[in-house]
Design a protein around this ligand. Structure first.
Ligand code: NAD
Length: 433
């Protein structure tokens, strides 16, 4: 099988030193593993891994003090085999072409696992938003949009929010693009405010999707969600809504954390009344009423039925995986488990629902937003959630079927499914000329 990966034009990991804590290297390992289970024709794996187009733009912006600063911006369209490219735009000092390429490829696999008609993309501007004024952020966003305007569009490539960008950023992108087009083009971005064509249900979509795959996992494992114990790392968009929705379903959320530390109550936390209210009042969950303190490291090792890492990458590693006691890990975050932790968790029979499946609810509701913009017709929130449930459940079952057939982890199965789907599209469309 390893030979098949070699035959497909991929370099061996031995000659490509990998730092598995890095998203790009971890993604490469998962991709290679999937390829080793597929009979791809020569060149196909290389075509799928290397991706299509990378745009790098250097652009000037007038700062508040009158000076001019030049920023680097990136937009990578990894694949358009299955439809327009789709993926977020992040504003962060660490943004570079390699990071954006890795994240664009992850979007290709995620959209393919969810079976939505998009390829994968990602973009970014190297800047430090906490240091910038609102006016500077708006000018950076608008000039960057102008720079990439000819490469994006509702039928080409559709950006969305990511790290340090939000619904307001999307409204600026949509406005700038629309000025250039001469008419309003809401479908050029997703994650917009509802008032300018955003979708109901987008705010909680990722968490809602995490909860649907947890429900399916529990059903598969014969676990009753009523009274199941849960720990959630991270209490931002994904963590907060996941903890809230799981406690509404009758789970006991016994631990929650953020970047400052965590809170614990073995009888179950009052997620909204105590933890959310304390976060709103103080900026952190730490010391919420009726809780004991717990560290992020301790939270990951709690004796719970379900663990939801919903913060950042590289949290479950070879150093702590042996002490993880959860039966189900649902990856709300991207890349929270390293490849060597995966091996340990598999030996311990922990059921890991991988990021490209577990957190695919966000991009799925982005797809719904794009469909609504294209149709100029808006759906009710119940409609959004029932369609999301159907797509998440189908994706979960597709992945599970491959995991059972190939006797591999859910992660490898998800990558096999994704790579296979993109390969089918690439094969059908053929090579031009
Ligand atoms: P967010 O910024 O809203 O929240 C992040 C949370 O993680 C915060 O509570 C923060 O305090 C906490 N955190 C940050 N660093 C931490 C650390 N070192 N240890 C513990 N906690 C830490 O982000 P989000 O939108 O909730 O995204 C969380 C994860 O989910 C990210 O990996 C993101 O890529 C992934 N994700 C998000 C979406 C989405 O729709 N928001 C979709 C797919 C994947």
């Amino acid at each position: 099988m390893e030979e098949n990966a070699e035959a497909c034009g991929l370099e061996a990991t031995e000659t490509t030193p990998c730092d598995e804590a890095k998203l790009l290297d971890a993604a490469y390992m998962h991709f290679r593993e999937a390829v080793s289970h597929l009979m791809l024709e020569p060149g196909m794996a290389e075509l799928l891994w290397r991706g299509s187009r990378s745009y790098v733009v250097e652009f000037p912006v007038r700062m508040d003090d009158g000076s001019i600063r030049v920023f680097s911006g990136y937009r990578v369209q990894h694949s358009t085999h299955r439809g327009p490219a789709k993926g977020g735009i992040r504003f962060h000092p660490s943004v570079d072409l390699d990071e954006i390429k890795a994240l664009a490829a992850l979007m290709t696999w995620k959209c393919a696992v969810m079976n939505i008609p998009f390829g994968g993309a990602k973009g970014g501007v190297q800047c430090d938003p906490p240091e910038l004024s609102l006016g500077e952020l708006e000018r950076i966003t608008r000039r960057f949009t102008w720079e990439i305007a000819r490469f994006i569009g509702p039928e080409r490539d559709i950006p969305a929010p990511d790290v340090f960008t939000n619904a307001q950023t999307m409204a600026w992108i949509m406005d700038t693009y629309s000025i250039l087009a001469g008419y309003t083009v809401p479908g050029v971005v997703t994650g917009k405010p509802v008032d300018v064509g955003g979708s109901l249900g987008r705010e909680a979509a990722t968490a809602q999707g995490v909860v649907y795959v947890i429900r399916e996992s529990a059903h598969y494992l014969g676990m009753d969600l009523q009274g199941a114990t849960v720990a959630v790392q991270g209490f931002g968009n994904v963590g907060w809504h996941t903890a809230r929705l799981l406690s509404e379903l009758g789970c006991f959320v016994i631990a929650i954390s953020d970047v400052f530390g965590g809170v614990y109550n073995d009888k179950g936390l009052a997620v909204r009344r105590d933890v959310r209210a304390h976060l709103d009042a103080t900026g952190s969950v730490v010391n919420a009423p009726g809780t004991e303190s717990i560290s992020n490291a301790e939270l990951l090792e709690l004796d719970v039925d379900i663990l939801v890492p919903a913060a950042i990458e590289g949290q479950i590693t070879k150093d702590n995986a042996t002490r993880v006691k959860a039966r189900i890990i649902a990856e709300g975050a991207n890349g929270p488990t390293t490849p060597s932790a995966d091996v340990i968790l598999a030996e311990k029979n922990v059921f890991v629902v991988p990021d490209i499946l577990a957190n695919g609810g966000g991009v799925t509701v982005s797809y719904f937003e794009w469909v609504q913009n294209t149709q100029k017709l808006f759906w009710q929130e119940e409609d959004i959630n029932s369609r999301l449930d159907a797509i998440m459940t189908r994706a979960f079952r597709d992945v599970l079927r491959i995991a059972e057939r190939e006797k591999v982890s859910m992660r490898t199965a998800a990558y096999i499914l994704a790579v296979e789907r993109v390969a089918v599209a690439a094969r059908l469309r053929g090579i031009f000329p």
